[in-house]
Each structure stands twice: as structure tokens, then as C-alpha cells.
Design a protein around this ligand. Structure first.
Ligand SMILES: Nc1nc2c(ncn2[C@@H]2O[C@H](COP(=O)(O)OP(=O)(O)OP(=O)(O)O)[C@@H](O)[C@H]2O)c(=O)[nH]1
Ligand SMILES: [Zn+2]
Length: 204
């Protein structure tokens, strides 16, 4: 598949048969290594399924988040905080390649331009669909929005559960990790507090 739309969404060139065959071949070895019979009926198509799933879970490498933001920036004279909260995040930790997932809350203060609202979750996905640590994911989203949209400030809070801490390792089922990143006006206590109040308020 090439970039059909010209806006950066479809740049998933790694979705090709060669890559799938390569990953699937390796997963067949992994099935044998864990003591499975890779040729039993239930597992025959598993390497290919896993290869496709893995490609999907890492397709963010092929997307350009700045291009996605730029595709829907509009001149607008609005200078109050814009918040999109409760954005689902699904990513994989780079240490164990196990999922971490939760929510991101993003705000920015426009500086001449607003951005199409859906583009903020799209930016989250571009960086989340890669091997990540939560801290870097948070900072990459902040930097992309700040450097592309050039707002008066960006704020992000992300809350995630890490499967590598719950289904293995320390095996803590209920711990949640919170990360945050702020620029510009959100470095100011009053603005930051307003953001934190609004993302915890139940307004709907
Ligand atoms: N800071 C940070 N750490 C993470 C993230 N995802 C996983 N980790 C941690 O990465 C660390 C890797 O530590 P290692 O000691 O090398 O790996 P390990 O022996 O599997 O560690 P345990 O998970 O404690 O069993 C662990 O403490 C994980 O909890 C993340 O997004 N951010
Ligand atoms: Zn991990």
C-alpha cells in the first residue's frame, strides 16, 4: 500500500508480503521454542496472524505525525484552552513488547491556528503504534504539537497500565503510571491547574 490520501495516513509500506513472511517465519520458530507443535491445526495460521497483528501494532513508524497535523490547521482567532480528554492509548513497551494502555488528555492554547480535533488522537496513535516507553511517548506527542502548530502552550497527561507489570514481573494488577508534559503557558501554575481541574471535572 502506498500513500493513497496524500495526508500521511496510509504510509504503511511495511504492510507487504515479504515483511509478513519474514515475521511469520520467525514466529514459527518461536512456537517451536516454547514447546508447541507449530504444525498442529490450531497454530497453522498463527505465525501469519501474529505477523499481521505486529505490523498493525507498529505501523506508526510509517506515519508522519507533523504531516497529519498540518493537513488540518485552520486560521482562527480563538485563544482559550482547547482540551481533548480521555483519548484511548494502546502501545507496547520496548522492554518486553507487551501492551501498555490507558488514556491521554491533551490541551493546547491556539496562537493564530486551531487544528482539526481528530488530529490530536491521530498524533497519539502515530507515536503509540511503535515500541515505546510512556515517558518518551508523552514527550513526542508534546513536541510534535508544539513544533508543528506553534501554539502558546501544550499540555499532556497520560495514565496507563503496563501489562509487563501486571501479567509478569512484579505482578501488580492495579498500578497506574501517570506521565505529563507541558510547554509555554502551561508552565504557569494557574494555567496548568485549570487544565488539571478540567480533565478531572465531570462536565458531560
Ligand atoms: N520508565 C519506564 N519503564 C518501563 C516502561 N515500560 C516498562 N518499563 C520498565 O522497564 C524495566 C526494565 O527493567 P529490567 O530490569 O531490564 O527488566 P526485567 O528484569 O524484566 O524487570 P521486571 O519487570 O522488574 O521483572 C522494568 O522496570 C519495567 O517495569 C515505561 O514505559 N517507562
Ligand atoms: Zn515492559
Amino acid at each position: 500500500m502506498g500513500d493513497k490520501s496524500g495526508d500521511g495516513y496510509q504510509k504503511i509500506d511495511r504492510y507487504n508480503e515479504t515483511v509478513i513472511e519474514n515475521i511469520a517465519g520467525n514466529y514459527k520458530h518461536i512456537l517451536t521454542a516454547i514447546g508447541e507443535d507449530a504444525n498442529r491445526e490450531g497454530l497453522l495460521k498463527t505465525p501469519e496472524r501474529v505477523a499481521k497483528a505486529l505490523q498493525f501494532l507498529t505501523h506508526g513508524y510509517d506515519l508522519d505525525a507533523a504531516e497529519i497535523l498540518r493537513s488540518a490547521m485552520f486560521k482562527e482567532d480563538y485563544s482559550q484552552m482547547v482540551i481533548v480528554k480521555d483519548i484511548e492509548v494502546y502501545s507496547m513497551c520496548e522492554h518486553h513488547m507487551l501492551p501498555f494502555f490507558g488514556k491521554a488528555h491533551i490541551a493546547y492554547i491556539p496562537n493564530g491556528h486551531i487544528v482539526g480535533l481528530s488530529k490530536l488522537p491521530r498524533v497519539v496513535d502515530v507515536f503509540a503504534r511503535r515500541l515505546q516507553v510512556q515517558e518518551r511517548l508523552t514527550n513526542e506527542i508534546r513536541d510534535c504539537i508544539q513544533n508543528t502548530l506553534n501554539p502558546a502552550g501544550v499540555a499532556i497527561v497520560m495514565e496507563c497500565r503496563h501489562m509487563c507489570m501486571s501479567m509478569r514481573g512484579i505482578q501488580k494488577q492495579n498500578s497506574v503510571t501517570t506521565t505529563s508534559a507541558f510547554t509555554g503557558e502551561f508552565e504557569n501554575d494557574k494555567t496548568r491547574s485549570e487544565f488539571l481541574r478540567l480533565i478531572t471535572a465531570d462536565l458531560t
